[in-house]
Design a protein around this ligand. Structure first.
Ligand code: FAD
Length: 324
């Protein structure tokens, strides 16, 4: 088996996403002395992104630059990555469990005839076994999985594996590889972003989520203020999305995004099982609800029984004072 692990970098608007650095840390957990080779595909700014990956623990970088890689398509990225994988012959490949990771890695697994462990939240060793932990049944249980043969292919859930400390003295080779990317049958005409600008919900360390209790689109404004103050993002229950208080791109839960921030503040959310499926693995959960029997209190670390229209502004004021 080769002593090399590939980490697929993922960027947005030319900037690497945090989960890329978490994937490097995950690769180190898989084999601490492996050579970590970062791969970056795109059409601009690849050199800088490669350097960032090196600062966070990658040893060497391969970039594939092509106009057909300007926006993500599984065909384009699949061709670029398979060319690098075939040349590098790694023992394993790691990337973030993001929309792109979820789309791309099954395709790679099928091309490599390998298994795939998706959505891993932890990696550990037990004697000779490499064990991945992943949530199942919408986060109600965890399973431990091993890959018994072939290449190790895994995606990791954002916000679970701590990144390595940035070390700007690190250096490494950044090579560009020419890949002839043909046969793109899907043409991206336009990317329409529905999510609001600012912190990406799936990678946010702090999320303030509003439910039907927020009562209107205007009712979400204090949540945005609190999120801005804490450097976080705003999310929502499906109840709030269905009531048209906010866009569905904010929905958290079984049929929305799965998030694991350090702090999740649920405001006017009852805590239906489908909502818990998307947030119950958050590190600290604070619930604000006027109903002391609300199910959300069963998963909350801290509960505030009260009217959210009084509690949220008070909380914001107190945090402002503390930050002064
Ligand atoms: P409600 O259940 O109506 O709760 C509102 C809460 O606000 C109440 O607890 C109330 O006490 C509180 N409240 C009201 N006024 C105030 C006030 N002034 N101050 C403080 N508290 C107040 N839901 C999701 O969230 N995500 C999903 O991905 C999802 N997927 C689903 C998939 C399926 C197949 C199905 C069937 C359902 C799904 N749902 C999902 C819907 C889910 O079952 C619930 O209906 C939804 O989560 C309820 O949203 P809510 O908690 O905002 O609303």
């Amino acid at each position: 088996m080769s002593d090399k692990l590939l980490v697929i970098g993922e960027s947005r608007d030319g900037e690497l996403r945090n989960v890329t650095f978490e994937a490097i840390a995950a690769a180190k957990k898989i084999k601490s002395d492996a050579e970590i080779v970062g791969i970056i595909c795109g059409n601009q700014n690849l050199q800088n992104q490669g350097q960032e990956m090196i600062y966070y623990g990658a040893d060497r970088i391969v970039t594939v630059q092509h106009d057909n890689l300007k926006t993500y398509t599984s065909e384009g990225y699949g061709q670029a990555l398979m060319a690098v994988i075939n040349e590098e012959n790694p023992a394993g490949i790691v990337m973030g469990h993001t929309a792109i990771g979820k789309d791309l890695t099954p395709k790679l697994a099928s091309k490599l005839e390998s298994g795939l462990i998706s959505d891993a939240v932890d990696i550990e060793h037990n004697n000779d076994e490499l064990i991945f932990t992943r949530p199942i049944y919408s986060g109600k249980a965890f399973e431990k999985k091993v890959i018994t043969s072939g290449i190790i292919l895994a995606t990791i859930r954002p916000n679970n594996i701590p990144i390595l400390e940035k070390d700007e003295t690190r250096s490494g080779d950044i090579q560009s590889k020419d890949v002839d990317i043909t046969e793109i049958r899907t043409i991206i005409k336009d990317v329409v972003r529905k999510a609001s600008e600012g912190v990406d919900l799936s990678e946010a360390n702090v999320i303030i989520a509003g439910g039907r209790g927020v009562k209107s689109e205007d009712g979400f404004k204090p949540l945005y203020e609190l999120a801005d103050l804490l450097g976080g993002a705003v999310g929502a229950s499906r109840g709030a999305c269905d009531a048209e208080y906010c866009d569905y791109s904010l929905q958290i839960g079984q049929t929305g995004k799965v998030v694991t921030p350090d702090l999740y503040i649920a405001v006017g959310i009852s805590g239906a099982i489908q909502h818990l499926a998307g947030m119950s693995n958050s590190k600290i959960i604070v619930a604000i609800n006027k109903d002391p029997e609300a199910n959300i209190f069963n998963v909350a670390d801290y509960g505030i029984v009260g009217d959210l229209f009084e509690v949220v502004p008070q909380l914001t004021d107190e945090i402002k004072k503390a930050l002064q």
